[in-house]
Design a protein around this ligand. Structure first.
Ligand SMILES: Cc1cc2nc3c(=O)[nH]c(=O)nc-3n(C[C@H](O)[C@H](O)[C@H](O)COP(=O)(O)OP(=O)(O)OC[C@H]3O[C@@H](n4cnc5c(N)ncnc54)[C@H](O)[C@@H]3O)c2cc1C
Ligand code: FES
Length: 234
């Protein structure tokens, strides 16, 4: 296992797992930290028997993960859940925080297929912006648009603000999003107003990850099994 510091609060882990290495963008794994907890994490990259995931330290399990040493034991189950559909044509991806991880995985898959691939990534401040170089590399005709709430990098606004302009300029075949729920709600409103299709990856508290325990329900849906990717058709 190797660990890389991305930001003061986010680390990216790389490890071997043959099953999860077959994952498609949008799927997640359940990571067991012995004696602490098991938590869901999006897959950031999967190939050649290796997987990557990024973890933001927010509580008990994620802080323990950040303090792991070489040789410490971890358990991996997965991949679980559905995945984003891989749309051709013009696509727009909007990520907030670690929600950018599954979208970067998707963008790498779409890079060869999409006519146009635009990415907006948002964070509170410059230190918390993730994967900027990789995002620039996958965008087709311009750099990724970065937004920060304090203006320390890119545009000073929420990630949703540049969207209105982008979608007014051209019709996207799909908007993909993952991040804070308020951000995704605002994007839903923009997509609905402009009649655009959208897929959003949702988060809920998860225990089993395979549709048995009911801890991740939204109405009749189990986010772990029916999602985490949900579709809004135009
Ligand atoms: C499908 C899916 C994919 C995810 N992908 C990632 C990822 O790629 N990287 C990453 O860092 N995190 C991801 N998460 C969130 C991650 O699972 C939680 O941050 C983690 O479970 C928190 O565990 P903890 O013990 O450290 O914190 P806890 O002590 O359990 O909680 C700390 C704080 O985080 C909040 N919290 C805990 N779980 C969630 C959750 N699921 N959604 C929203 N808030 C939560 C709690 O309310 C509390 O305020 C994902 C969650 C889901 C459901
Ligand atoms: S986490 Fe158990 S049903 Fe979804």
């Amino acid at each position: 296992m190797t660990v890389k510091d991305d930001t003061p609060t986010v680390k990216t882990f790389t490890l071997k797992d043959d099953l999860c290495a077959k994952a498609n963008p949008g799927q997640f794994l359940m990571l067991w930290i012995p004696g602490i907890d098991e938590i869901p994490l999006s897959i950031l990259n999967a190939n050649n028997g290796e997987i990557q995931f990024s973890v933001k330290a927010v509580g008990d399990a994620t802080r323990h993960l950040h303090n792991l040493k070489t040789g410490d034991l971890l358990g991996v189950r997965g991949p679980f859940g559905n995945n984003f559909t891989e749309t051709r044509g013009r696509v727009l991806l909007v990520g907030g925080g670690t929600g950018t991880a599954p979208l970067l995985f998707l963008a790498k898959r779409l890079a060869a297929k999409a006519d146009r691939l635009s990415f907006v990534v948002g964070a509170k401040t410059k230190n918390e912006l993730l994967y900027l170089n990789e995002l620039d590399a996958v965008c087709t005709d311009e750099s990724a648009v970065a937004t920060t709430e304090d203006g320390s990098y890119g545009l000073q606004c929420l990630a949703t603000e540049p969207l209105e302009k982008l979608v007014e300029k051209q019709k996207f075949n799909m908007i993909y999003t993952c991040g804070p729920e308020r951000m995704m709600r605002a994007i839903f409103d923009i997509a609905e107003k402009h009649g655009l299709a959208m897929e959003a990856s949702l988060e809920r508290l998860m225990r089993c990850g395979i549709g048995l325990c009911g801890s991740c329900m939204i109405g009749k849906y189990r986010v772990c099994r029916d999602g985490p990717v949900f579709t809004m058709a135009s």
